[in-house]
Ligand binder design. Sequence first.
Ligand code: IPM
Ligand code: MG
Length: 369
Amino acid sequence: MIKKLFLLPGDGIGTEVMTEVELLIQWFNDRGIASFETESGLVGGSAYDAHGEAISDSDMALAMAADAVIFGAVGGPKWDSVPYDQRPEAGLLRLRKDMELFANLRPAICYPALAGASSLKKELVDGLDILIVRELTGGVYFGEPKTITDLGNGQKRAIDTQIYDTYEIDRVSRVAFEMARTRSNLVHSAEKRNVMKSGVLWNEVVTQVHKESYSDVKLEHILADNCGMQLVRAPKQFDVIVTDNLFGDILSDVAAMLTGSLGMLPSASLGAEDEKTGTRKALYEPVHGSAPDIAGKDYANPIATIGSFGMALRYSFGMGDWATKLDDAIAAVLDKGLRTRDLAQEGDKVISTAEMGKAIIAELDAIAG
Ligand code: IPM
Ligand code: MG
């Protein structure tokens, strides 16, 4: 069966890391393991330059029709002064919202070879394997009103609105509990119930869902600020962390650094399962941004985007065995001491984006036999 992939490389290093994913897709096709059909579109600043908006309606339609979307990164100083509604990030936010990708899975795994590359002590991160489940279509990212008003007295007032309805908390917490059952069976739910009404409701709904359907899973409630602190104090105490859109954004950047580099973290943004087909809308994206400072230099680490494609194999295409092989290939390359700049320490061999992509495919080739 042909699987339709829609590629949105975006801006900055997005295009460089996507090239490596395209070679990987080609490898799967050439080997006859899968039949991927790819189409590419524009998102972010590159889409603004072409059509005056951060994603066009026709690219949006292609994203909706694809079996999976693979996303690179958006943004850069070039677009600092474009209208707010058309800023590069707006393209990504529209994709998340219109495709209803409410569950964002952000696994933070510390490959053994990289334990020394983390800013934390090796023993704190060695063997780390946590999963952040971030709510992705609600909260302060999308709540209205969202305005800046001139108060007329030399002052302005900015308003962002944090909104959560029961069903939004319910469905994302179910994803977290389901994931925990396939892992170490522990969920931490992070909110700020001591300050925010949305935190009070979050806590209440997660507690209820747990009681009703997942009492076999261990649930801990944790204040989001304490969660940030615990992530850098003793990260291995966590298995799955479920949290809202904004806290998830922040906590996943923290978790990323535990693994050695922001260039390591993949993510999957998933919609609800279609009851008839069993399929779900999905977009796969690295957690890192467009890194304009290193764009175009062949320095970027493609592992987060390659890992995101691996998540597509697992969650969209029932190819979990190949996702595991791809992870093994990444681990093998790192074991050989091959590093992009972001990961390099003394004595490592520093390689380019393209060399890293090729090294991973060569290992996969060897593993596949
Ligand atoms: C992320 C990014 C995005 C976010 C930006 C690019 C809008 O930081 O995916 O974590 O804030 O969600
Ligand atoms: Mg972020």
